[in-house]
Design a protein. Structure first.
Length: 172
C-alpha cells in the first residue's frame, strides 16, 4: 500500500506540469490568435473584446489552417470574430481556389484592395456574417464577423474588411 501511495504522490506533480505545458503549447501553437490585438479589435469594432480563444490547431481548420475566435457565438454578447490562417505548404492558394467556385445563391462577392493578393469579401443573406479571404506572402487568411439579429451580413461588411486589414498587418 505504501509503495502505491508513493508512486501516486510522485506522479501527480508530473501530471500537473504536463497539463500546463500542453495548454501553453496549444496557445503558442496556434498562430491565428496572434493576428489580431485588443487594439485592432477596438479600432475596427468600437468594442472591447476578451482574450482570444484558440479554435482549431494547425492542420485542423479550414484549408488545413489554424483558427481563433473572439467574442461570444450565439449569445447577446459581442459578435464573434473568427480568423483562420492557412499556410500554402506548396499548394495552390486557398483564396484562389475559393474564388474559382461559383458563389451560392443569395451571396455576393466583391474585391477588396489593401489585403495582399486577390482579396475579396463574400456576403450571403443567410450566413453568419461576411467572410473576407485573401493571400499575403505564402499564407492565406479568412476573417469572418458574425452579424447579430439587428444587423445583416452586408451591414457589417465594412467592419469585417477593417478586421481583415488588421490581420494582414500581422501575417507572417
Amino acid at each position: 500500500m505504501r509503495e502505491w501511495m508513493r508512486t501516486i504522490s510522485l506522479a501527480l506533480p508530473l501530471i500537473g506540469i504536463a497539463a500546463v505545458a500542453d495548454l501553453q503549447g496549444q496557445e503558442a501553437g496556434n498562430p491565428a490568435c496572434s493576428l489580431l490585438t485588443a487594439a485592432d479589435l477596438k479600432q475596427a469594432t468600437g468594442q472591447n473584446y476578451d482574450e482570444a480563444s484558440p479554435g482549431d490547431d494547425m492542420g485542423e481548420g479550414a484549408g488545413g489552417g489554424a483558427s481563433c475566435q473572439w467574442g461570444d457565438p450565439g449569445s447577446a454578447g459581442l459578435p464573434m470574430v473568427s480568423v483562420v490562417l492557412i499556410p500554402s505548404n506548396g499548394k495552390k492558394s486557398y483564396t484562389e481556389v475559393s474564388r474559382s467556385f461559383k458563389a451560392q445563391p443569395g451571396c455576393t462577392r466583391e474585391p477588396v484592395s489593401g489585403l495582399g493578393d486577390g482579396g475579396f469579401v463574400e456576403s450571403c443573406t443567410r450566413a453568419r456574417g461576411p467572410v473576407v479571404r485573401f493571400r499575403k506572402g505564402a499564407n492565406d487568411a479568412l476573417v469572418q464577423l458574425d452579424a447579430r439579429k439587428s444587423a445583416t451580413p452586408a451591414s457589417v461588411k465594412s467592419t469585417a474588411i477593417a478586421l481583415a486589414k488588421a490581420v494582414a498587418t500581422h501575417m507572417p
